[in-house]
Design a protein around this ligand. Structure first.
Ligand code: PA5
Length: 488
């Protein structure tokens, strides 16, 4: 057993390995896999550090569970195209180059802008117990992904909570959902933001019409205005006209930033700040990741290139479905954001990887069967969190009627990490490649890193595929039919 390998893997799970037995178990598991695959370089694990900022806690891409499926030579073959794609993103020379504002966005966010968002958030936080975010697709998923990843998962039930609770509307057309929302807003102080870049999207426009009516009845037209913020295009669209006429506080979605790349604009930053999270750390994480992925030019030094290369190499082998896997329910909406980012960016011209998500260990008892033994058209990307915030030890039980005493004294997080490792190993046996992306912990800073990492890798992937990753012409098809049916 290579010592280096053991150290690397030990580092990865060090927070859980409080017992010698755990270390031994891991040692033998890994020795077994290594023997089974007898592979050179099987333990390739790459931590990407920001050279300009050695304090940056890095994301790590672990290639050991995918090497059996993607030989290094296949990755190397993709490097020239990836370097071209990187240059096209930076110099705006590729498809959809009028929507590349997100590439430089993190570095353009200045203190004045952040202070303004924070001041608006503070004003709304003082007025409201609930904050309604009205938007759909890229105009809501980024904010929800960050908020639900960072917030206490039982915040809604905590009557002593200080921060407003963020809720959502305009992301579907359910009548009962709207009825139940209005019922809760009847008896709770609230404020809201309506977000639509085009300003013409039906779902948020209809929701805003209903909620505007409600908030004006509840507080009076004048007072209601101070509870509404509009986030839209700088001059086009019905929402802009309405916001100007009513005199709402308004933020602009930059022309050259599309919805699904807009989380670091007011679209994401305002709701995140209202929820009480540190938008400066979020932006800093994105800036630090940008410094890596826009400057490093090789797969071995650039995590976005590495990820894009792995998933495209697998796609070329006929693996048409990528499943993002998490082992922490906090990541449910982050997975939803990722699904939209990649699905809407790549799925066009009869091409593209279909993006799906599973939430483990829950889904090991549902979709786990398909992943293990169904059609061999998929691979997985595990988004792994190395350190939990809290420690829970499993208690011993004198009678041991449930037979669980073998876990007594172990951390719940350790059991979860062994479920993760066991599942990845089973998937390799089942022919499912696993790309493991780890973050040291969940924080505004690491989420900021992940956002930029996934965005940049998505741009690279789209260019490798030969599509425009920044448009969404297919979204119009349902609208045409719906409008016809509704008599527009
Ligand atoms: O990523 C995208 O561009 C889409 O998901 C849009 O964000 C979504 O369709 C909502 O559009 P709009 O912000 O114009 O209402």
């Amino acid at each position: 057993m290579c010592e280096r390998s053991l150290i690397l893997v030990n580092l990865k799970v060090s927070n859980f390995l409080t017992q010698e037995s755990a270390t031994l178990f891991l040692y033998f598991s890994i020795a077994k896999i290594r023997k089974k695959y007898d592979m050179q370089g099987f333990f390739t694990k790459k931590s990407y550090l920001c050279k300009k900022n050695s304090n940056m806690k890095a994301i790590t891409i672990d290639q050991q569970y995918v090497e059996k499926f993607v030989p290094q030579v296949d990755l190397n073959a993709l490097q020239p195209a990836l370097q071209q794609a990187q240059q096209d993103l930076i110099h705006k020379t590729g498809k959809g180059n009028d929507f590349l504002g997100w590439v430089t966005l993190p570095d353009e966010i200045d203190d004045v802008f952040l202070a303004d968002i924070e001041a608006t958030a503070k004003r709304l936080r003082e007025k409201a117990k609930l904050f309604v975010v009205i938007g759909i697709g890229g105009s809501y998923l980024g904010a929800r992904a960050v908020i639900e990843t960072l917030q206490n998962q039982f915040a809604a039930l905590d009557s002593e909570r200080k921060d407003p609770f963020v809720i959502y509307a305009g992301h579907q057309l359910s009548e009962d959902y709207m009825h139940e929302l209005l019922a809760i807003l009847d008896k709770t102080d609230y404020a809201m933001t309506v977000i639509s870049k085009s300003g013409t999207t039906t779902e948020p426009a209809v929701a805003f019409r209903i909620l505007k009516n409600h908030i004006e009845k509840k507080y009076g037209k004048e007072k209601a205005k101070s509870r509404i913020v509009a986030i839209t295009d700088k001059e086009r669209g019905a929402l802009k006209t309405l916001a100007t006429k009513e005199g709402y506080k308004t933020y602009i979605v930059p022309d050259d930033v599309g919805g699904r790349y807009s989380v670091l604009t007011p679209v994401g930053l305002l709701p995140i700040a209202v929820a009480g999270f540190d938008i400066r750390r979020l932006v800093k994480g994105a800036q630090d990741m940008k410094a890596i992925v826009t400057t490093e030019t090789t797969i071995s030094e650039n995590p976005a290139m590495h990820y894009a290369a792995l998933r495209n190499a697998l796609y070329q082998q006929g693996k048409k479905v990528e499943i993002m896997v998490n082992y922490d329910p906090r990541l449910y909406y982050f997975t939803e954001w990722w699904k939209q980012l990649y699905g809407e960016s790549e799925g066009k011209e009869g091409k593209g990887i279909f993006t799906a998500g599973v939430n483990n260990t829950s889904d090991l008892h549902s979709m786990g069967q398909y992943i293990q033994e169904g059609e061999r058209i998929l691979f997985e990307t595990v988004l792994s969190v190395e350190n939990n915030r809290e420690i829970i030890e499993i208690p011993s039980d004198f009678e041991n009627l449930d037979g669980m005493n073998f876990l007594a004294g172990k951390r719940l997080g350790y059991v979860n990490s062994m479920a993760q490792l066991g599942t990845i190993l089973a998937h390799i046996d089942g022919g499912v490649a696993s790309i493991k992306i780890s973050v040291p912990e969940i924080s505004a800073y690491t989420i900021g890193q992940l956002i930029y990492f996934y965005e940049f890798a998505c741009g690279l992937s789209g260019y490798l595929l030969g599509v425009n990753p920044f448009d969404q012409p297919g979204v119009e098809a349902y609208k045409r039919n719906m409008f016809k049916l509704l008599g527009k």
